[in-house]
Design a protein around this ligand. Structure first.
Ligand code: ADP
Length: 290
């Protein structure tokens, strides 16, 4: 027996029954319940799709806003410096060096921005492929610091790492990316000339790396949220950013099986902490894809 599943005048499908043990009235009642359930499920699906579309639209415009701003600032700096170099026939060597330094630093900033956007897209798509190799933390930190050689030249950088730390199977390139985002923040959010401390340690069964600065620190209520995509604490107002850096750090550290967290230094400033449980690292295959 077949009977239509109706919702008002609309037919949503049909119900086929083998055997005749149930009366036609009972079948119609069951059919009407099924039709209501299908209609409701459809409505819920539509609603969540609309909500997802709304959220992704919101995200897209937030991304566009911050990215446009973030691209424009270094480009404006580069353009002004190039114009200065082209027009200033009587520039002193020191002035030329200053303009070239602007171009150098601002193009690094653009490069970091593009790198972050690419990395975020990969994390969102669940497409991070780890190329693990045994890494020395000293090397990782050294490679990340090299990227800031110019910007950090007036900063005392104190590094404290025991020489006998074990090699850790990490994706070198991605971890340098993580460290460079954290060091970039430490430089951005602390006063010129103030020190940055980088410390690594073996604590119980994990390797812990901490990067501390002497800046304003992070408001306690924001400590848990700064790893969210696009989340920014607008403090100080003048420091620009996209709110993507720490979200990317978290994405990459998570895929490695580690944890990243933030807290404030008792004397003022922020401490970013990355912990890799040795057990999780041992259990991981040498190449992992997600
Ligand atoms: P942004 O592009 O805004 O720097 P991030 O994702 O890197 O984005 O950081 C998120 C927010 O966390 C920042 O807006 C900043 O307010 C805060 N933050 C991150 N690192 C520090 C730090 N070292 N000191 C103070 N605040 C920080």
């Amino acid at each position: 027996h077949f009977l239509p599943l109706r919702m008002g005048v609309r037919v949503l499908g049909s119900l086929g029954v083998i055997g005749t043990a149930v009366s036609r009235e009972t079948l119609e009642a069951i059919g009407s319940l099924i039709a209501t359930a299908i209609e409701r499920a459809g409505a819920i699906e539509q609603l969540s799709k609309t909500e997802a579309d709304r959220q992704s639209e919101q995200l897209r415009s937030a991304l566009l806003d911050s990215v446009t701003h973030e691209f424009r600032t270094p480009l404006t700096g580069i353009k002004a410096a190039v114009t200065g170099l082209l027009s200033g026939t009587h520039l002193e060597p020191a002035q030329r060096t200053e303009l070239l330094t602007v171009i150098n630093e601002e193009s690094d900033r653009l490069n970091r921005l593009v790198g972050n956007l690419l990395e975020m897209t990969r994390i969102d798509a669940g497409a991070i492929h780890l190329l693990r190799e045994p890494c020395e933390l000293q090397d990782l930190v050294g490679s990340a610091l090299e990227l800031f050689a110019e910007r950090a030249k007036d900063r005392p950088i104190q590094i404290d790492m025991p020489p006998d730390l074990p090699l850790i199977p990490l994706d070198y390139v991605l971890m340098v990316h993580v460290l460079s985002n954290i060091i970039d923040n430490a430089l951005k959010y602390s006063p010129v000339g103030s020190p940055i401390e980088i410390k690594a340690d073996l604590q119980d069964d994990q390797v812990v790396l901490e990067i501390a600065d002497h800046g304003l620190g992070i408001p306690e209520e924001d400590l848990g949220r700064i790893f969210d995509k696009f989340y920014r604490v607008r403090r100080p107002e003048s420091v620009s950013g996209t709110g993507l850096g720490l979200a990317i750090c978290k994405g990459i550290v998570d895929v490695h099986g580690g944890q990243i967290s933030a807290r404030n230094r008792p004397g003022g400033g922020a401490i970013l902490r990355i912990a890799f449980p040795l057990e999780a690292l041992k259990a991981s295959p040498s190449v992992t894809s997600q």
